[in-house]
Unconditional design. Structure first.
Length: 103
């Protein structure tokens, strides 16, 4: 995506978006294989990375690096991912509340 950015923003803003996106993928992938009691901190990190992507995409859009239609589509998709991650986190938190502590 960032290859379409103007050269002045390609390796700064575009690189930042790419780094956050890879961090998001990494944290989601790791969360899948963690035991349930250690998933929540990784999911919180993934949600933070997602928020960073949204922030830097907004800056890219404001600087006319991406067209309105592409920004709208990306925003909708990122919001859906946010709902999924939030639901996953909430489900784990609810499961923790219901499970009695082990001695």
């Amino acid at each position: 995506m960032y290859n379409d950015f103007p050269k002045a923003h390609r390796y700064t803003l575009g690189g930042k978006i790419e780094d956050y996106f890879l961090g998001l993928l990494e944290n989601i992938f790791i969360s899948i294989y963690l035991p349930p009691e250690t998933k929540i901190p990784r999911l919180i990190t993934a949600i933070s990375k997602l928020d960073g992507i949204k922030f830097f995409l907004q800056i890219a859009w404001e600087n006319k690096c991406i067209p309105n239609e592409k920004y709208a589509t990306l925003s909708e998709n990122l919001n859906e991912i946010g709902r999924m991650l939030g639901g996953w986190k909430k489900g784990l938190e609810n499961k923790e509340k219901k499970t009695p502590p082990t001695k």
